[in-house]
Write a protein that binds this ligand. Sequence first.
Ligand SMILES: CC(C)(COP(=O)(O)OP(=O)(O)OC[C@H]1O[C@@H](n2cnc3c(N)ncnc32)[C@H](O)[C@@H]1OP(=O)(O)O)[C@@H](O)C(=O)NCCC(=O)NCCS
Length: 170
Amino acid sequence: MLIRPAQAKDANNLAALALQVWLHTYAKEGIRDAISVYVLTEFTPEKFRQLIAAPDKLLLVAESDRHLIAYAVLAFDTPQAAAPQAATELATLYVQAHFAGRGVGSRLLQDCAEAARQRCGNGALWLTTNNQNARAIAFYRKQGYSKCGTAYFVLDGERHENDVMARPTN
Ligand SMILES: CC(C)(COP(=O)(O)OP(=O)(O)OC[C@H]1O[C@@H](n2cnc3c(N)ncnc32)[C@H](O)[C@@H]1OP(=O)(O)O)[C@@H](O)C(=O)NCCC(=O)NCCS
């Protein structure tokens, strides 16, 4: 497995992977208009090109045999009141289901903390995860993260409760 910063040429593959992982993880009752409109407007090659070019963001991709299998997005200088020790948000960590449970997420998370350390001298990350996403919460707990607050993801007027998680110390 190779982990590297994303380049503009990765945008199509990133859009396809993001769609697949988001729908697999969150559209458990099937797909309705609000969901299809959300994923088809949020996960586009153009949005990924903008993300890759953004100076305050870093997108890391994981490749296996020249295939994209996972990616992570860091947002620098993004303070979180519930986690004052962390200045960097782990905005996305997605591993394709076929590669889940093999250490890919752990490796990417390590590389994200190191990237934050190099960028701002502080490897502490904070994140939000849907409070129904038991597997992700188990993963982050295993990595030493714990719940330190609550946030909401709003889709189609519905508020989805998220846990804010961070490691107590970096
Ligand atoms: C959550 C996620 C990032 C974890 O990455 P991963 O590469 O599967 O995890 P790793 O192999 O590094 O770590 C394994 C641990 O992750 C957890 N885990 C989460 N999802 C898992 C899965 N589908 N299969 C196996 N383990 C999983 C378990 O706690 C496991 O520990 P265990 O082996 O002792 O049971 C990844 O499964 C994923 O992208 N899931 C879908 C999208 C998502 O929920 N992203 C996070 C939202 S904030």
